[in-house]
Design a protein around this ligand. Structure first.
Ligand code: 13P
Length: 256
């Protein structure tokens, strides 16, 4: 049974004092939800102060991005080694990085290799835009993104991955994908592609999240689907109701 994982992507929100105050206020609530892996992805500058606040905690941190090179003349970038001891996860290939900052499948693939080499768990984001969705090419497009992002990754490396399916048209719009449609892309398309790439064992072990307008009110509907193992959440992760949202992600069969 895959362990649910709920991650809050704060995007470009909250100063360091705001981040500290917010996490201090939700920490005990999150600690109590032991059935779920709980992850917070603040902006880079808040990682170190939050790592300190959460040092004896089961709540984990993620970076929202990183560069694939070890060090050097890359003004403004953060190397994988710089994230050591600050966070356990790193979000890679978010659609906003692809759309606003020109990230390519090739670049994302290099970052996935670099993250695994540094014992960071990548949360690899894939998802189609509205035009692709309406043209009926979602399945082929998403499968292609998965293949490209994971090129050259071994089955052992793959088992450590988290993948997030985030249809772009559902991000920040209040218009979530239906749980049925998300299950189709996640279960049939993404897990099917993982099975072809890595075989049955790793494909069954890899956790796949849904992201795009996930809220307290709809998270349980996604968690009821057999292949959806959690959520990557933007807007709703910035509020104290984050604790309730995370609690509702506990799978019904684990006894809540
Ligand atoms: P929203 O939850 O605000 O739609 O954002 C989703 C997202 O992009 C998380 O990475």
């Amino acid at each position: 049974m895959r362990r649910p994982i709920i991650a809050g992507n704060w995007k470009m929100n909250k100063t360091i004092p705001e981040a500290l105050e917010f996490v201090a206020s939700i920490k005990d609530g999150l600690e109590a939800i032991e059935e779920v892996d709980r992850v917070i992805a603040p902006p880079f500058v808040a990682l170190a102060p939050l790592a300190d606040l959460l040092k004896d905690s089961q709540v984990n941190l993620a970076a929202q991005n990183m560069y694939s090179e070890e060090e050097g003349a890359y003004t403004g970038e953060i190397a994988p080694g710089m994230l050591a001891r600050l966070c356990q996860y790193v979000i890679l290939g978010h659609s906003e990085r692809r759309a606003c900052f020109g990230e390519t499948n090739e670049g994302v693939n290099k970052k996935v290799h670099a993250a695994l080499a540094h014992d960071l768990t990548p949360i690899v984001c894939v998802g189609e835009n509205l035009e692709q969705n309406e043209a009926g090419i979602t399945d082929a497009f998403v499968a292609g993104q998965v293949r490209a992002a994971l090129e050259g990754i071994s089955a052992a490396g793959a088992e450590r991955l988290v993948i997030a399916y985030e249809p772009i048209w559902a991000i920040g719009t209040g218009r979530a994908c239906s749980p049925d449609a998300a299950q189709h892309v996640i279960g049939t398309v993404i897990r099917g592609t993982l099975r072809e790439l890595f075989g049955e064992g790793p494909a069954e072990a890899i956790r796949i999240q849904y992201g795009g307008s996930v809220k307290t009110e709809n998270v349980a509907d996604f968690m009821r689907e057999p292949d959806i193992d959690g959520a990557l959440v933007g807007g709703a992760s910035l509020r104290t109701s984050w604790v309730d949202l995370t609690r509702r992600a506990v799978r019904p069969e684990s006894g809540e």
